[in-house]
Design a protein around this ligand. Structure first.
Ligand code: PMP
Ligand code: GLN
Length: 391
């Protein structure tokens, strides 16, 4: 027999499974409370669900237009104006995608030649490295460290070079909950301009910023709109992660580039869900304030519970994730703890080291999601409270 070539191309071999799928499978197998994969355990607003159902029963079941239904592109443009004062031409500067995941992949593949460099911030959302690898581009990492996850200017500068093509930013950031502040964004913007790089910014948690924090889209900084692609998704804001309706907004040339790739990834998707998401984007301020306040209360519940259970915690300024350190409880290895936690106390969480290129940057950190009903979070913290007596 001649030697068989492995089926999977080399550049994708590091990405054969995702930590979220692994932990959710473990949680399902053991019946544990799943605070691992980030998805809400309640549905989004009724008006959205009804609008989707009406669209399906109303015959909106064939291919939507390639860039997305006009009603949704218009709603995205209005959302950008209403919340951030950003202007977007719905015909040329907005593209509807199959979730933020496709928006990220299509943009990176559209913008990067093989060998071009993409600056990212570790710990980094898992699809970024895979999208960069698909494009044949090279990831350059800036490391954010527990407990503040502050940005080191020298390290950021050092990540830029003559091949820098894209800065791939995520604010508010998964998994740290870090909300990049204006000064940090100005620095990133200055370096992007200096190196003539495009900023691709994943803002899927834009409406989940707590306390006195503000979400600053980097596109609102002077000189940045013309070199920024801003990405978001209905999954987070409207608690419909299974719908996979996302979008991107940016200058026409960058949007056209992403559209060229997107049309051969999925062409189009989720036709009847698109008008429902447009309805959601138009919901009043009470909806958005309720989302934020509700999640902030859940954050506090989980943070207090984790602290009472003996975990030091980095209090997140945004997102629906919180990172805790398991080392003081005797778990130096977060991966091992996350494998054992379901059987030990019936709770599932995600190790943070998998989001770092260098896992030794955060060996004992674990991420918990708090986008769950209060009774589920109460149950989870009670269970976690038993951990210290078991070790
Ligand atoms: N970016 C980040 C930072 C995320 O946390 C998620 C949610 N899993 C995504 C992108 C993907 O979003 P979507 O489900 O819309 O593809
Ligand atoms: N974004 C979600 C999280 O961080 C999971 C998405 C996924 O499973 N790919 O938990």
């Amino acid at each position: 027999m001649p030697p068989r070539r492995p089926a999977l191309v080399e550049r994708m071999r590091p990405f054969t499974s995702t930590i979220f799928a692994e932990i959710t499978a473990l949680a399902t197998r053991t019946g544990a409370i799943n605070l691992g994969q980030g998805f809400p355990d309640t549905d989004g607003p009724d008006v959205l669900l009804e609008a989707a159902s009406n669209a399906i029963h109303g015959g909106l079941n064939q291919y939507p237009p390639g860039p997305g239904l006009p009603v949704l592109r218009e709603a995205v443009a209005q959302h950008q104006k209403r919340f951030y004062g950003l202007d977007a031409d719905p015909d040329t500067e907005v593209l509807v995608t199959a979730g933020a995941t496709e928006a990220i992949a299509a943009t990176i593949m559209a913008l990067c030649e093989p060998g071009d460099e993409v600056v990212t911030f570790d710990p980094v959302y898992d699809s970024y490295a895979a999208s960069i690898a698909l494009a044949g581009a090279v990831k350059r990492t800036v490391t954010l460290r527990w407990p503040d996850f502050g940005l080191d200017e020298a390290e950021l500068r050092a990540a830029f070079g003559p091949r820098t093509r894209v800065v791939l930013l995520n604010t508010p950031q998964n998994p740290t909950g870090k909300v990049f502040d204006r000064a940090e964004l100005e620095l990133i913007g200055r370096l992007a301009i200096e190196h003539d790089a495009v900023v691709v910014t994943d803002e899927v948690y834009e409406h989940m910023v707590f306390d006195d924090g503000v979400h600053v889209p980097i596109a609102t900084l002077p000189g940045m709109a013309e070199r920024t692609v801003t990405i978001s998704s209905a999954g987070k804001t409207f608690s419909v992660t299974g719908w996979k309706v996302g979008w991107l907004h940016g200058p026409a040339e960058l949007v056209a580039a992403a559209r060229a790739v997107k049309q051969f990834l999925t062409f189009v998707s989720a036709g009847p869900l698109q008008p429902a998401v447009a309805t959601g984007l138009g919901l009043d301020d009470d909806f958005y304030a309720g989302l934020r306040d509700g999640l902030q209360a859940k954050r506090d519940l989980l943070v207090d519970g984790l602290r009472a259970a003996g975990f030091p915690v980095s209090v997140p300024g945004g997102t629906y994730f919180v990172i805790a350190d398991a080392a003081p409880l005797g778990f130096a290895d977060g991966v091992e703890l996350c494998q054992r936690l379901p059987e030990l106390v019936g709770v599932a969480a995600v190790p943070v080291s998998v989001f770092y290129s260098d896992p030794s940057a955060a060996p004992s950190l674990v991420r918990f999601a708090f986008c769950k009903r209060d009774e589920v979070l109460h149950d989870a913290v009670e269970r976690l409270g038993r951990l210290s007596s078991l070790v």
